[in-house]
Design a protein around this ligand. Structure first.
Ligand code: AMP
Length: 112
């Protein structure tokens, strides 16, 4: 997708601190971390919103959650982590390519 910053990261056209990559997803460090560990998990396929999930994308998301759970200890997240998906305007979604924030590395406050 032209002009999508996460598509450019997926394609290697702009640099990122990638920690994991396979055929379906990449995981890289958020450029403006909100926790000691703040990673972004991005499906390589471009789509913007959870509301665009079809059966194939829903299955991809399921596999992605399992992958995050399997990788968590190697990412320094053995003590726990929080997953966040910002969807749409009210949530302040700034990048219109679906992504899962992975937050951890410390005790996380629970805020709105
Ligand atoms: P959201 O507000 O849920 O759309 O989150 C977008 C996230 O992408 C923010 O936490 C940004 O800090 C992060 N971000 C934007 N550009 C980059 C980049 N080039 N590399 C890594 N993270 C980025």
């Amino acid at each position: 997708m032209e002009n999508c910053i996460f598509c450019k990261i997926v394609a290697g056209e702009i640099p990122s601190a990638k920690l994991y990559e396979d055929g379906e997803i990449v995981i890289f460090k958020d450029i403006a971390p909100l926790a000691r560990i703040h990673l972004l998990c991005v499906p390589k396929e471009h789509f913007a919103y959870l509301s665009e999930l079809d059966d194939d994308r829903a299955a991809l998301l399921g596999r992605t959650l399992k992958k995050i759970a399997d990788l968590a200890p190697s990412l320094g997240l053995a003590e726990g982590y929080r997953l966040v998906v910002n969807q749409g305007e009210n949530a302040g979604q700034s990048v219109k390519h679906l992504h899962i924030h992975i937050l951890g590395g410390e005790t996380l406050p629970w805020e709105k």
